[in-house]
Design a protein around this ligand. Structure first.
Ligand code: RIB
Ligand code: CA
Length: 325
């Protein structure tokens, strides 16, 4: 039985790897991609998604819906200092490629309403689209089977600031709306400690990916490699993969080795702690609103990714440029 879901993404670097999981894992039934303002310029995110579809030999097979192009309240904040253009300088002939006329928020509402309680959503960017859908159509909250959110930290360090993880920092108001909305089944894949302990690929692991030798393995290294320099410069011994872990735990729940219910609340007002996720573990009289993953099978996750990258694909269109890391 495949897993139907929508991927809400700010397609850059690890988002591309998450998309490959949604395209090539036999368990995945990826119904749509909804784009949200996040990592890099919105148009570049769309191109990164189309190049990822092409690398997987699936260009034009999954609808791309353009969602919110800025956060709800605060101005957009880029992560181009981390990701560059988000795909390592790759390019492609985009003539004739298309995105859907239907807005991403409307697509989220429609697709989940057409199959109430059957379609999950994996949100791996700022939560602007998810919040807008919940506000525009309250039934959306009831219609989503499960919501997997990459964001925040479990009482741990941020990444764009000491307190703020990027997705929640960019749109803390959207994160607040989502955690207060009452979704029936919310799973959070946090930055710290989880990603930093169980979803970092070392140089040795990257070398093993290079040895796979497929076009997808080269694509992976091209889109993820540029962040290696940044990650190592801030003390992370490799490339980070929280977005693909988010798709991984939806498709393969056995990758989760430890999780617990928490009440998650996100700081909206303070400049110092904007986007901080206060995850209360039940001793503060707060009703849990999410299941937070505390540990994952790091080797199993790496094996899942390398298995995907070993897939022999015929690219839909040639990709050019790109600088190996
Ligand atoms: O903080 C990690 C998140 O922001 C991931 O979704 C990644 O795309 C980064 O931009
Ligand atoms: Ca992302």
């Amino acid at each position: 039985m495949t897993v139907p879901f929508i991927l809400d993404t700010d397609t850059a670097q690890d988002d591309c790897v998450a998309l490959i999981g949604g395209l090539l894992d036999p368990e995945a039934d990826l119904r749509a991609i909804t784009m949200v303002a996040g990592n890099v310029s919105f148009d570049r995110q769309v191109h990164n998604a189309q190049m990822t579809l092409s690398a997987a030999g699936r260009l034009g097979t999954v609808p791309i819906h353009l969602g919110c192009q800025r956060p709800l309240v605060l101005p957009w904040v880029s992560a181009e200092n981390v990701h560059g253009d988000g795909s390592g300088g790759l390019d492609m002939d985009f003539a004739g490629t298309s995105t859907e006329a239907e807005h991403g928020v409307d697509a989220l509402i429609r697709l989940t309403a057409e199959s109430p309680g059957e379609i999950s959503v994996v949100a791996i960017g700022p939560l602007t689209n998810i919040a807008m859908a919940a506000v525009k159509e309250p039934d959306f909250v009831r219609n989503v089977k499960s919501l997997v959110i990459m964001g925040g930290s479990n009482n741990g360090r941020g990444n764009i600031t000491a307190a703020g993880e990027f997705n929640f920092f960019v749109d803390p108001h959207a994160a607040h709306v989502v955690f207060e909305a009452g979704f029936r089944d919310v799973t959070v894949v946090p930055w710290a400690p989880l990603t930093l302990s169980d979803a970092v690929f070392s140089r040795a692991q990257l070398s093993r990916i290079e040895a796979i030798g497929t076009p997808l393995a080269k694509f992976f290294l091209t889109v993820c490699g540029p962040t290696l320099t940044f990650d190592e410069s801030v003390g992370i011994p490799g490339t980070t993969h929280p977005d693909s872990l988010s798709v991984g735990v939806l498709l393969h729940p056995e990758l989760v080795t430890k999780a617990a219910d928490y009440h998650v609340a996100v700081e909206m007002s303070s400049a110092l702690t904007r986007g901080y996720s206060a995850m209360s573990w039940g001793v503060h009289g707060l009703e849990p609103n999410a299941r937070v993953i505390e540990a994952a099978d790091a080797e199993g996750f790496y094996g899942w990714i390398t298995g995907l990258l070993a897939t022999r694909t015929e690219v839909s269109r040639p990709l050019s440029g790109g600088h190996f890391y």
